[in-house]
Design a protein around this ligand. Sequence first.
Ligand SMILES: [Zn+2]
Length: 679
Amino acid sequence: MKNHSPLLAFICLLGAGFLNQAFAAADTKKGTIVVADALSAAPYSSVTIKGTLGTKMEQCIVNGIMAKEYTLYAKPFSDKMDKGGGFAGEFWGKWFTSAALAFAYQPTPAHKAILDHAVEDLLKAQEADGRLSSYPREEEFGFWDIWGRKYALLGLIAYYDQTGDNAALKAACKATDALIAISGPGKKKLTETGLQILGSLSSCSVLEPVVLVYQRSGEKKYLDYAKYLVKLWSEPNSYNPQGLRYVEDALAGADPVTMVAPKAYEMMSCYEGLCELYRVTGDKKLLEAVVRFGERVLAKEIMIVGSGSSAELWCDGANRQTEILEQPMETCVTATWMKLCNQLLRLTGDPKWADQLEISLYNALMGAMCEDGKWWAYYSSLIGERMPSPMQVPVCQSSCCVANGPRGMMLTPGWSVMQSGSGPVINLFAEGEWNCNLPGGHTVKIAQQTDYPVNGIVSLSIEPSKNLTFSIKVRIPAWSKRTHLRINGDSVPCQPGTYAIVTREWKPGDRIILDLDFRGRIIRAPGNVNNLAVMRGPVVLALDNRFVQAQDYNLWLLPEGTTWEFKNEFGGLKYVLPKPCLSEQYPDVYIDLKPVSPTPGDVWMAFEVPFLYRYTHFFDHRQVNLVMCDYASAGNQYNSTNLFRVWLPQPIFMYYLFPEKTWRVLYRDGEKRPEIPGK
Ligand SMILES: [Zn+2]
């Protein structure tokens, strides 16, 4: 997938060598990192992901990221186009950070040239005092001024990280100096800037690049400013009389929807900044705040497909996900939730965050990518229809979500197989190859053969550079209750929701076979709602009207092992007695799924799912099979006639399976149904 020809492969190899050197040159300044990550990314350029996921990533890069009119993105800075309150300034950095990761993964000269050109364009727009803003000076601190600066800084740092280019780092330092000059101690407080309704979150999330600039420059003034900024969060101000209190409230276990300005992805971006600040201060309170916040988001907001929000706000979404929500699951939220999970995985080494990354990747994120990676959804529903993002900012030919979706996708190589102090850590199961560094300067090549998540069997070949003793950690997802793990044929014990750790002398040719629990699982909706859904591995299933038609009767999901009653003396009656609603008393309920082959339509996976039809009390109960497909494929025609649903009331009245015109709930009166540009 990655390398189209031997020549390109050769160029990539050259590029990879160059890149690895560059990484060494652009590493963080010695001494700035106080706490080492539990897990770190394997070098991106050593990763090749194949199979369906590899194809999706390739589409995202070729048709999306690298095909963008990126020369438009520096113009808001040079021409101060956001005068009056715009946010076109966000696109350069959002796009650039995805492009930098795409280049890290595929370090070709063509990709490098695009990055070089884009940085050149942006730096031309930097003012003499370092100011890098899409707002004119007379509108300093305008609604999205600091927000756009934040993304520009993130982009410049990403460029420095990939190339070691000191001019980019210097430009980022100068831009941060210009920010400190107007908002340092005694100056305007950033907690009183940006849109007041968003509680200054857009401005405050600049914390992340400020700490990154410190990590790379080693200049203490940036650390001091970052600490000052976080201190401001605790202070009352004119925007938030009680202060933002993001550290205090998270430590107290506050629900995200109750926190100041519950704008979902801006809020998570602030916590990403706290992760970076923890790395350079070692202040455990900060890590604890982010972990607790992440756990609270997961418990209260994240829906079954791995995203959250309604109308871009936290909404108590875990409990409300069975309803038709207004503008659910913004793709910006999906990507930022994945970025936060990635931070938590790196910092804590807890595989539960990798479980979440996987669910978001295969469901919410993949379903939001449309037109072979050319475009993205703004919102993704669990019921109704999919629709593309509108053209939100025509001068940049983009929208917030079109720019953010690729950032989620390009995280994948970084968390797929990671490195720890004791050896590689396998988080993602996908056809592909990885090269990991081992302690002592050795390396190990890991190759996976699998069609996961179509099936749950993964074969890994382990090729260390010589016979070496080290540990390999293999993620056993929390949902895999029956797992078989074998090393060269010998069984190894493992527990769901943990890493199986195998420490031994590894030699070239060693093989790990992982057989995960791919029984269909019936998932009960959170809260007091009698709705069920079906998952298989990390994949959520959905009914799609291409395969299931409306009928005037009820159906019930039919779990595995259901007891049928027979009364032959009355002429062969066959029925299933009523059962109590599924609740926590029945935590693991499974259902037989039969793969449909070949898959119908343009879907990745499809299964026959057994339902129960009850004609009347004791008469003529029978099994009816309906086809369900993977959520990411459901509704993937992205039009108003291809309808789908995830949650299934028990029973479900088959006449009202698929509500129509849900796009009207998602977009406002007078708006037209969005179309993919150029289609
Ligand atoms: Zn968005």
